[in-house]
Design a protein around this ligand. Structure first.
Ligand code: PSU
Ligand code: MN
Length: 310
């Protein structure tokens, strides 16, 4: 049964029709475009990911706030604006009311994209990496709102895991506390974004999109609100082994500290610094893993639609 999308959202005709017909739709986030990669690789990535979702038999819905309006599905020109306009702010859950009230442009994080996707009636969302518990959070208390959003909003989020700019062990602990299933797709080990390994086991594993769709149905039918984190490791050919990046990540963290970078600026700063320090190698891996996630997300959206009861 379809519910009407929320009146404050603007959906493209294509996304609206797909949702109304019960066809597969995949939500895509926009912080990764505006604050996660340099221009023009970011807009090329955004277009390519939409194409991969289409080739996979689903309708892509990139989500952002433009002129204060939460948008679900964007034109090529709008993707260009997000990729290149310096007035686009990073919008997590706490920032949504301000960007809407001030008619601003906002690129939505995993948390804000999840919420808008759920309001639109989209159940599958593809991103690159999740936010989580920052290193040193025991004193800074810096824990991404992606965690709390995963605890309450009914969307399956496909990512390549959590970068080791974060405290991966504590991130997994918080997700357990919040009741969020973290499932390795075809892997026993939780992946760490650039790398297939992290030193931490995936709390559970499935090997097919049918099983993932069944988990979504089971969770929500049981009244267990919240997301499912699908951890999809970067393909072997594209990975940068964790050991090779450890020094780079330590250096980026030290640089952030030296520049006094904190709060919402820390993740974009670290991502940019890692691209610089690796001469773009991390960017190539980042793009490869997003492509891989888009393929899985499209297949999952189809499996989810196919598993609808009755
Ligand atoms: N990790 C990445 N790329 C990203 C982000 C995280 O590898 O682009 C972005 C996502 O939008 C994520 C956000 O939701 O950073 C987390 O930011 P914060 O820690 O401020 O919640
Ligand atoms: Mn933070």
């Amino acid at each position: 049964m379809m519910t009407e999308p929320h009146p404050m959202l603007r959906l493209t005709a294509e996304v609206r029709a797909a949702l109304a017909d019960g066809r597969p739709v995949v939500a895509l986030e926009s912080t990764i475009i505006s604050h996660g990669m340099p221009y023009p690789d970011n807009v090329a990535m955004a277009r390519e990911v939409e194409r991969i979702v289409r080739d996979g038999g689903a309708v892509p819905a990139t989500i952002a706030v433009l002129g204060g309006i939460p948008r679900v599905g964007l034109s090529a020109d709008e993707l260009e604006t997000l990729a290149s306009d310096p007035s686009v702010v990073k919008v997590s859950i706490r920032d949504l009311p301000h960007v809407v009230a001030t008619s601003g442009h906002g690129a939505t994080t995993v948390a804000a994209t999840m919420r808008l996707a759920a309001l639109a009636g989209i159940a599958v969302f593809v991103t690159g990496g999740l936010g989580g518990v920052h290193r040193g959070a025991e004193s800074s208390m810096d824990i991404s709102a992606d965690m709390t959003e995963l605890s309450q909003t009914d969307v399956a989020v496909v990512s390549a895991g959590v970068k080791s700019i974060l405290d991966i062990g504590r991130t997994l602990e918080v997700l357990e506390t919040l009741g969020v299933p973290v499932v390795g797709f075809g892997t026993d080990e939780f992946p760490s974004f650039f790398s297939r390994s992290s030193g931490f086991a995936a709390p559970m594993r499935v090997d097919t999109v049918g099983e993932l769709a069944a988990m979504m149905r089971a969770k929500w039918a049981l009244g267990l609100h919240g997301g499912i984190s699908v951890a999809n490791p970067v393909p072997v050919a594209d990975e940068v082994p964790a050991a090779e990046l450890a020094d780079t990540i330590d250096r980026a963290l030290a640089d952030a500290d030296a520049h006094g970078i904190r709060g919402k600026d820390i993740t974009p700063y670290l991502l940019g610094r890692i691209v610089e320090l690796t001469d773009g190698r991390s960017l190539a891996t980042n793009i490869a893993l997003v492509r891989n996630n888009a393929r899985l997300g499209a297949a999952l959206a189809r499996a989810y639609v196919a598993s609808a009861p009755g």
